[in-house]
Design a protein around this ligand. Structure first.
Ligand SMILES: Nc1ncnc2c1ncn2[C@@H]1O[C@H](COP(=O)(O)OP(=O)(O)OP(=O)(O)O)[C@@H](O)[C@H]1O
Length: 605
């Protein structure tokens, strides 16, 4: 069979190209495709029985294994990729259907990831889009109301009453319709009650505030009611440090609710209004719980308005912002004025020290280094949620490649659609529109005014008098749209929000996680969604990493949720220092390169 085939081939070749006296031995045609040159490949096996005469056909024999190899390569090329769509729900829905991916499809470890956003750096990709569909209807950190098919365990959900916290606290929570702890609360509350230093890393909106406030209030009221302390005047028991004034008000509101049954006092102190109001606040005496921004707190400490020596709890919330370079020096000043316990036993009895609780959805590098100066890192237990740094499976996330000039129109359409989803009465739900700069917030605000879209604006460059109360007005529903910068992306509870729009693409996966986390929160509006506009070529890398994480169900790149060990002493210290310096230099270089690339793109645009 094989010889016949080869002979036929040779005959065809013979008929098509009549034999010449000097047939070049180095080129052999099979099916019109060149196979080899210079004696390598098929020509090495070429066999001519004798020097061809004019009447003889040139017979070239090709070994079977070589034919099989050629056939296999052809097959591979022509074979279509394994279909990514199977029966059931789609995880990725793309403008090009061949990029769709089913929720049940899994990529092999070494298989390249197919991306809808692959060609998004090209001008022709404007108008392209893809959606990461929600595969769960309820947030995974909510322990009750999980549909039967999405349940991880068949065990009955634990109630707050089973966590050994004061029954008044359980009652207060149930009045607010909060009966079952979320997964992070289940893990964190017992550890704080035991007196441990805790680093709590859990998804946005998973109820981290209650996970530290509940055990703190429980323990403070126990101490207050004990006979030893009955005669004592009020002392500051817990200090919560957060990055923004809006957040101080929000956390203080929850704290006041929990403290009310025990007659405990919560106060806030924020910056932006000079030293006068800060002094006035402390003149009226200490609080049991103080929620403060770091800048205002350091001012108060310098003027000896408060004393941290008797502190029982120090909470650092929104750790990624608090430990980054903009706040880390101020935070260090605060930490160094506090005596932090190095073991649970040090939190009890006379001369007891403060428990340290560090809370966040993401952690920057350097947390361990700073903490190692005030406590033994070995004493810090880490609570990490299962879905940390994964894209939220209960929130639909759409990416749209759109020209800068079309973004306003797209935004208007998205806001109109949101209004139509819940026609008639009830809370329509809100939308948060994120911009990267304060100037864009202002410009977009004026444009929305022209389009008669009622909205509120929040950005860091606003005068504090104007800024005060903006977020509360939005929470109360005075407007359905909040146009803001990233200052609203950290910690603010936006339970009524149904839509997050990234008008400007976020600059890092961390920013994306925090912005997207304004929807799909515990006890919040159902069916939240995120819409991101992708305009610039430098945005595409982030989009591709998000798409890869979604398709592979892997964590987003560059996210940290643990603290590194304290630095070694002596020589090792020097070596580590050197390595760190090198790493830092490398990072700086990379940053510089990125900036250059971005500038280049800008010029090209
Ligand atoms: N166990 C619970 N059951 C129902 N709702 C809850 C529960 N715990 C907290 N919540 C609600 O969930 C919302 C989000 O809580 P919280 O602001 O503490 O989240 P977070 O994890 O701190 O979010 P972020 O990372 O954005 O700071 C709040 O409205 C809160 O009232």
């Amino acid at each position: 069979m094989h010889s016949a085939k080869v002979s036929r081939l040779a005959l065809v070749a013979h008929n098509t190209f009549p034999p010449r006296r000097h047939v070049s031995p180095c080129v052999t045609a099979v099916g019109g495709r060149c196979l080899g040159h210079d004696g390598v490949g098929p020509t090495r096996y070429a066999h001519t029985s004798s020097a061809p005469t004019e009447d003889e056909a040139v017979v070239i024999r090709i070994p079977q294994h070589m034919q099989r190899r050629v056939g296999h390569a052809k097959d591979l090329r022509s074979k279509k990729r394994v279909p990514m769509v199977r029966a059931g729900k789609l995880l990725i829905q793309s403008k090009s259907p061949e990029h769709n991916q089913s929720a049940g499809f899994v990529f092999g470890k070494f298989e390249p990831t197919v991306l809808s956003s692959k060609g998004w750096k090209h001008k022709k990709s404007f108008g392209d889009y893809f959606t990461i569909n929600n595969t769960k209807s309820v947030a995974p950190f909510v322990t009750e109301q999980q549909p039967q098919e999405e349940r991880v365990t068949e065990r009955k959900a634990v109630e707050f009453g089973q966590l050994r916290i004061h029954e008044e606290l359980v009652r207060t929570l149930s009045q607010a319709n909060i009966t079952h702890p979320t997964t992070v609360q289940l893990q964190t509350i017992p550890k704080v009650l035991k007196g441990m230093n805790v680093l709590c890393a859990a998804e946005t909106g998973s109820g981290k505030t209650l996970s530290y406030l509940l055990p703190v209030v429980h323990k403070l009221q126990l101490e207050k009611s004990s006979e030893d302390n009955a005669e004592n005047s009020r002392t500051l028991g817990c200090l919560v440090v957060v990055p923004s004034r809006e957040l101080t008000e929000q956390i203080a509101a929850v704290s006041r609710l929990l403290c009310a049954p025990f007659g405990m006092l919560t106060k806030t102190v924020g910056g932006g209004r000079g030293i006068g109001p800060i002094k006035n606040m402390f003149r009226t005496g200490p609080a049991d719980i103080l929620v403060a921004t770091p800048g205002a707190l350091v001012k108060a400490l310098r003027r000896r308005c408060l004393d941290l020596s008797a502190l029982r709890f120090l909470v650092v919330d929104e750790a990624d912002t608090m430990f980054d370079s903009s706040f880390s020096d101020t935070l260090e000043t605060i930490l160094l004025q506090t005596a932090i316990a190095r073991a649970p036993s040090e939190t009890q009895g006379l001369g007891s020290k403060a428990q340290l609780l560090v809370v966040g959805a993401t952690f920057p590098g350097g947390v361990g280094e700073l903490l190692s100066r005030v406590t033994d890192l070995g004493s810090v237990v880490t609570v990490k949620s299962r879905n940390l740094h994964l894209l939220m499976p209960h929130v639909k996330q759409t990416f749209l490649k759109v020209r800068g000039s079309d973004k306003l129109l797209e935004l208007q359409q998205a806001l109109t659609e949101l209004r139509h989803v819940t026609p008639g009465g009830g809370d329509r739900g809100g939308a948060v529109v994120f911009c990267n700069k304060a100037a864009t917030v202002n410009w977009l605000g004026y444009s929305l005014d022209e389009l008669k879209v009622k909205h509120l604006r929040l950005q860091g460059e606003m005068p504090s008098v104007v800024r005060a109360g903006v977020f509360r007005s939005f929470q109360r529903g005075e407007a359905d749209v909040l146009v803001c910068t990233d200052i609203a992306s950290r910690g603010l509870d936006t339970s009524r929000v149904r839509l997050v729009v990234n008008y400007d693409c976020p600059e890092s996966p961390t920013d994306y996680i925090h912005r997207a986390g304004r929807v799909g929160r515990a006890g919040g509006a159902e069916e939240g969604q995120v819409l991101s506009f992708v305009t610039h070529r430098w945005d595409v890398e982030l989009v591709q990493s998000i798409e890869t994480s979604a398709r592979r169900r892997s964590v987003l790149p560059g996210m940290k949720s643990s603290i590194s060990e304290p630095k070694a002493q002596g020589k090792e210290d020097d070596e580590e220092e050197k390595k760190k310096k090198e790493d830092d230099e490398e990072k700086e270089e990379e940053k510089f390169r990125k900036k250059k690339r971005r500038m280049a793109y800008r010029r090209e645009d």
